[in-house]
Design a protein around this ligand. Sequence first.
Ligand code: PFF
Length: 443
Amino acid sequence: MKRENWGSRFGFIMAAAGSAIGLGNIWKFPYLAGSEGGGAFLLVYLFFMVTIGFCIMAAEIAMGRRTQQSPVGAFLSLGGKGWVIFGYLATIAAFIILSYYSVVGGWTIAYFVKTLTGGLATTDAVTHGDNFGALISSPIEPIIYHGVFMALTILIVLKGVNSGIEKASEVLMPLLFALMIIMVIRAVTLPGAMEGIKFFLQPNWDQFDMGTVSAAMGQAFFSLSLGMGAIITYGSYVSKSDRIPGSAGYIVTLDTSIAFLAGMMILPAVFAFNVDPGAGPGLTFITLPAIFEQMWAGTFFQAAFFLMLAIAALTSAISLLNNPVSYLEDNHGMNRQTATIIVGVGIFLLGVPSSLAMGVWGDVSFFGKDFFSLCEFLTDKLLLPIGGIAVSVMAGWVAYPLIVEELTNKGTAQFAYLPVWSFVCRIFAPLAILYILVSGLLV
Ligand code: PFF
């Protein structure tokens, strides 16, 4: 059977950007930049995005298009039995990530609902901090929203994703972009915003250490949806005539721009409202409502923003759920409906302790971490780097000629950066990621 293709190259780029752009860019990036030293973190992050990020993005798309399969099948067909394990690890990573991703996705839906019902109307950042703390630490409310978020993800994946994701992404991604630019303009014109802009753009090397490097690389992978096969699967629907390096370039540029805009939107506001930039996961949820309150038609923009954020999170969640589901379909002959429901419910259940870790289970520790942080650690610091090394060695060595054929459309299309791409995939990426993997485990 001929495999389905994206309707257009633009559609693929928007769908892959839809997978890449999500909570990682808008919620996680600013708070990481805030706690990891601002400008220094930004520079290291940019470096990883354009080197390893771009090269592995191109490699994953090429692996998918070459094999026309999702990760388990792709690793098997390119490398043989010994490589299948990396397909499985990628699939497990997607499962774990979605479990805690959906908890945060639930918070965005909660904020959308609370904005509409007037529950967030105050300009005081401290009160917003208290509201946010109360929401996430409650034993029931965030779990209900986590359930709603998973239910929406399941519904879309059940229906089959291609035309759905592609169509939705083509409209939503440009809208998100436009809305964020308006927000940035408001944020940088707040009194006191300059401090935040400086903090974000001026590298402060005093705070720079191996922890910064490892956090920046983990974030580059997470943000681009790399290392867990989501992009391999999306690559399998790419038309044979598309130029992969160009598409990868667009996706990386869009993803980086949205993270940058998120930083420019949140960090100036953090300083304007005297919030601690190292405040962690609450940063977005505390500072943004305070800005919205100061804006003309703030409630409208706030509702629109949290809706967009929820949708950006959904387009990422779909690509995560799709991974284990297509594995069960392809390798165990399960039908899509059953697979989606089993996996979706399993992920929901695994997310419950992550949600409780924000409140009643905050003190329950697993290897010295609460459950949410444990899941983040397992994926960001362990599974994603392992997936990244596997992809770069596969593309750079094991299946090199086949992958190069894909990148150059059998030699008919130019890829001027091929020597750089080869060097990064063969030498730089495996060594750099290995170093960060090992040092990340020792910290
Ligand atoms: N890239 C998404 C984000 O930045 O929010 C998260 C993500 C989606 C990670 C899909 C992995 C993935 F397969």
